[in-house]
Design a protein around this ligand. Structure first.
Ligand code: GTP
Ligand code: SPV
Ligand code: MN
Length: 617
């Protein structure tokens, strides 16, 4: 049996409440050893992981890891938010009673660390000194060394972040056990995996995965689910799956901050790492604050809406990352950055990595190359064109490695928010950008955010998988209460941010090509949005928001045909009227949806009907 007190004494982990929690779980899991981790332990832990074969070298100062082949993504159907109040049940949070979940998870974790080390990872999900820091401290316990290495990259880690809490008890208890992955019945009726946040007890209990969002508990479980619940419970803040960027105008010296939500794998990291297009690079610079999570609150002094990124690293999608789409990402994961790649293709002979879209064709000489499951490419049957890398293969790197990291990303203050944008993958109907200058309509738009899913195959043509505010997998309490809280937090700001809906993914119905080139060019509609907010352009009013005229968008150097440009700057009223029907059903599922949201819905519907009767122009 371990001696947790000795380990905690050596590491200077002094908080008495934390010490009691560590003792409790060391005892329950039966851990052989307890080790308290800080960021300074990284090099030693990397060496241990290499020696144990948990990591392999991927060139100088970079590492490769391969997961169990069924453990490659978050599992939404196994994810639960539990509380002690049935009123917290929403449509998407898979609510269950805390009294049922806690004993169930404790039974799964009992004895699970016999013969193993329990790593203790104290962390902070906030820049130190931030006003929301009281909700940002946590201590993850985990049985998995590579999870520790990811946590060190993704969060601020060390005993100092929990030793001096004003209330010693105010840290999130985050317990992670990977368990024996081969025997968990993935996807069967007897699935053993449970990813539970007991939100009103500020306890996270995740069993059965070592994948990012399931295992790095500071990130999704605390940064989004627990954060959202605490933000509502305290009435103080919002925790959202948002990127956060600054756009600096070198000519005027001004900087604007935009945050916004796109569902998973829809372009947040790429937008945050954006290099301006060549034609605009002399004047504008885009800086990275965050690419996946933002916490938002109203600053007491200025009365403005503020935002910060609680994370310390990037857990990015590898697919299609290359010199043209995202040169910034490639620099962030270069040799010497300490990057960990997961489930990409790997060549142990040359220590190279590759993924689909890294280069137009895979390496021509397949000698030594292994696909993400470890099978030699050279042994493949002719005609086997399954991907070399898993489509959700990822890279993990710290913010310090990101070339366009904002100089003040670590500042306690956070930054004032000028605009909030929403966007999903939508092949038709949604224009390049439509601006919304009304709070209720902006929140309504976020709540009805949709992304392409498989509905078309089930016969409901054009219907989206709705993903309110891109938060569907992270929703922690009822959606109607969430809408109310969102209206209250943002509504309390003296200067209202402008909202917008963006879409980089409209396609040609015939040949499927993307109408908008995307990536670096996405700066252009954002610059228009800022100009609109400042009254420098007026755009064109439509029933669903204001869209730019061709003349207003700075288009020099963009490769797009006049026909495609017309399509992405216009509104298909009939498609929109169809969408309004789907939205009505979507909103009707939620209890206590505020009347302002329904009013916004009816306003948009009525404007569309008026437009259909008497087309403008
Ligand atoms: P999560 O980390 O899962 O929350 O994803 P994310 O929203 O950060 O998405 P990310 O930026 O990693 O992009 C996901 C995929 O979309 C990648 O394969 C990108 O190459 C692709 N993508 C991003 N931006 C664009 C764009 O403007 N146009 C097109 N066509 N593809 C894009
Ligand atoms: C997402 O899936 O939205 C992510 C990656 O950002 S993770 O949640 O860690 O799986
Ligand atoms: Mn995400």
């Amino acid at each position: 049996m371990a001696d947790p007190d000795k380990a905690m004494d050596e590491a200077g982990l002094a908080n008495p409440s934390v010490r009691e929690y560590v003792r409790y779980w060391a005892e329950l899991t039966g851990a052989d050893r307890v080790e308290v981790v800080s960021a300074a332990d990284d090099a030693r832990l990397i060496d241990e992981a290499l020696a144990a074969g948990e990591l392999e070298p991927a060139g100088e100062g970079r590492y490769y890891s391969r997961s169990y082949h069924k453990d490659t993504a978050r599992s939404e159907e196994r994810t639960i938010v539990a509380t002690n109040d049935p009123k917290d049940k929403g449509v998407y949070n898979n609510w269950r009673p805390a009294s049922e979940m806690r004993p169930l998870l404790e039974s799964k974790m009992r004895g699970a660390l016999v013969g193993k080390t329990m790593y203790v990872v104290p962390y902070l999900m906030a820049p130190p000194g931030n006003v929301l820091a009281p909700w940002a401290a946590g201590v993850e316990l985990t049985d998995t060394r590579t999870v520790v290495l990811h946590m060190i990259r993704m969060a601020r880690v060390g005993s100092e972040f929990v030793n001096d809490l004003e209330d010693p008890d105010s840290f999130v208890r985050a317990v992670h056990v990977t368990g024996e992955l081969e025997s968990l019945g993935h996807g069967t009726p007897d699935d053993q995996r449970y990813f539970v946040t007991v939100a009103d007890e500020r306890t996270i209990l995740h069993f059965g995965s070592s994948y990012g969002g399931n295992a790095l508990l500071g990130k999704i479980a605390h940064g989004l689910r627990q954060g959202a619940y605490d933000g509502w419970d305290s009435r103080k803040y919002l925790a959202e799956q948002y990127m956060l960027i600054g756009i600096h105008d070198k000519e005027t010296g001004e900087t604007y901050h935009i945050c916004g939500g796109f569902p998973s794998a829809s372009g947040k990291t790429n937008l945050a790492m954006m290099l301006p297009p060549d034609a605009l690079g002399d004047r504008y610079h885009v800086s990275f604050y965050g690419d996946d999570i933002a916490w938002l609150w109203v600053d007491e002094e200025s009365g403005r809406l503020y935002g910060m990124n609680p994370e310390y690293g990037v857990f990015g999608v590898a697919k299609d990352t290359n010199e043209i789409t995202n040169p910034t990402a490639l620099k962030s994961i270069d040799e010497g950055t300490g990057t960990i790649f997961t489930n990409v293709a790997y060549n142990p002979q040359t220590q190279e990595v590759w993924w689909e879209g890294r280069t137009p064709q895979p390496p021509a000489d397949v000698t030594g190359w292994l696909d993400w499951m470890g099978s030699p490419i050279a042994d493949r049957e002719p005609g086997d064109d399954s991907p070399w890398a898993h489509p959700n293969s990822r890279f993990t790197t710290t913010l310090d490695n990101v070339p366009n990291i904002a100089p003040d990303y670590n500042a306690a203050s956070g930054v004032p928010i000028d605009a909030i944008i929403f966007g999903g993958r939508t092949r038709d109907r949604e224009p390049l950008i439509r601006a919304i200058d009304d709070l209720a309509e902006g929140v309504y738009d976020g709540l009805t955010l949709g992304a392409e899913a498989t509905f078309a195959a089930e016969g409901v043509d054009g219907q989206l998988r709705y993903d309110p505010m891109s938060n569907r997998p992270f929703m922690a309490y009822g959606e109607g209460d969430y809408a109310r809280h969102y209206l209250d937090v943002v509504g309390a700001a003296k200067e209202q941010p402008i909202f917008a809906h963006v879409n980089w993914f409209q396609r040609d119905p015939e040949d499927g090509h993307f109408l908008w080139p995307g990536y670096r060019e996405n700066l252009r509609p954002l610059l228009w949005l800022i100009q609109l907010k400042k009254g420098e352009v007026t755009g064109r009013k439509t029933p669903v928001g204001i869209i730019p005229t061709k003349e207003e968008l700075l288009l020099d150097g963009v490769e797009i045909t006049p026909e495609d440009l017309d399509t992405i700057l216009s509104i298909d009223v009939d498609r929109w009227r169809q969408e309004i029907g789907f939205r009505e059903e979507h909103l009707a599922q939620f209890e206590r949806m505020p009347e302002e949201i329904w009013e916004a819905h009816r306003r948009v519907a009525a404007a569309l009907e008026a437009e259909a009767q008497a087309p403008a122009e």
